[in-house]
Design a protein around this ligand. Structure first.
Ligand code: TRP
Length: 333
């Protein structure tokens, strides 16, 4: 029997290259080795966006379309939507009971989310009870399928530490060994920064989307920060001080191309504008097949709906089996 992995992404709209390189690429590889469950965390999206739900449905579909385009294969992986597997919410109740309040309060990632929220205006600047439960709900996602590992980006590791703690505590309290203590599975690709050198993120407007057109991508890449000390294009450049463009070369190009870019830059033979033009073309070339596949799914929404529906049904069956055992262990009626 294959080991099981579970992982998800919040439905916050179309995904960017950071999602692809940091997580999805890893999932595509792992789906061949593990019994894989990938889900759209629409409840987690609600923890911060409960007052902005106009696009929620479309956001869920967009995430699934991006995954399919990137190579998540619904024939071998189970793709589902969190809220279509309500067993998650029931397990969340049980796990909430055994989770000490201070475990969620000290979750560093949650603290950061709360900080960002408090800087906002309006009704949704308060940290809700639901948001406090974020890591417990995540634990429910993972433990509902008793996954042994969780392939995520580095930013999620703190949450998964709590999951391990909750699993261990549950096992201790109910004198069982039912739950695995799931490990985070990180990929070995270096983190891609945004066009401005900060963390890539939709809300920072510094991202390149998987779904961006070639023109949009080329235009965005031209805004990437380079070596700030370089004034003229024939000045010798400093690739290691180039804040974004050279880092992207290292991610997307092969070793000999990177060496060549470095040499030309250092000798002042490669101006930043030309350099970024080539870089944009390279990124477009890499993503051309994915973008083509994306267009296919975009124009076949019924197929996407079917994948979501069938995947969620399959997930429910497994979830019900596990939940039944969990309730028995606890001693529920
Ligand atoms: N918190 C994750 C994110 O922001 C999404 C997520 C929710 C998740 N539940 C999960 C990831 C369970 C892994 C496992 O991307």
């Amino acid at each position: 029997m294959k080991e099981r992995i579970v992982s998800g992404m919040r439905s916050t709209g179309k995904l960017h290259l950071g999602h692809y390189l940091g997580v999805i690429q890893n999932w595509v590889k792992l789906q061949n080795e593990y019994d894989s469950y990938f889900f759209v965390a629409d409840w987690h999206a609600l923890t911060t966006k409960y007052d902005k739900t106009e696009n929620l449905r479309q956001d869920v579909k967009d995430v699934v379309i991006d995954w399919l385009a990137c190579g998540i294969n619904p024939e071998i992986s189970t793709i589902y939507v969190q809220s279509l597997v309500p067993e998650t919410a029931e397990l969340n109740i049980y796990l909430s009971m055994v989770t000490p309040q201070n475990w969620v309060e000290r979750d560093p990632t949650l603290k950061d989310m709360a900080k960002i929220l408090r800087t906002k205006e309006g009704a949704n600047s308060e940290v809700s009870y639901g948001l406090m439960g974020y890591p417990v709900l995540m634990s429910s996602d993972i433990m509902l399928f008793n996954a042994s590992a969780v392939p995520v980006g580095i930013d999620q590791v703190a949450h998964i530490e709590i999951t391990r703690d909750i699993a261990r505590r549950f096992n201790n309290i109910y004198k069982t060994q039912f739950f695995n203590e799931p490990k985070p599975l990180l990929n070995n690709c270096s983190l891609i920064c945004g066009l401005d050198g900060n963390k890539m993120g939709k809300s920072f407007k510094n991202d390149i989307k998987i779904s961006d057109s070639e023109e949009e991508t080329a235009k965005k890449v031209m805004t990437a920060i380079t070596d700030r000390s370089r004034m003229r294009k024939d000045d010798p450049g400093h690739p290691d001080e180039c804040e974004v463009a050279f880092k992207y070369w290292k991610i997307f190009a092969d070793e000999s191309t990177v060496q060549n870019v470095r040499c030309e830059c250092e000798k002042g033979l490669r101006g930043c504008a030309d350099c970024k033009k080539q870089l944009g073309a390279l990124i477009n070339e890499k993503f051309a097949p994915i973008r083509e596949k994306r267009k296919y799914y975009e124009s076949n929404p019924a197929e996407v709906e079917k994948i979501i529906k069938e995947g969620s049904e399959k997930a429910c069956i497994q979830a019900q089996k596990n939940l039944k055992q969990i309730k028995e262990i606890i001693g529920m009626y």
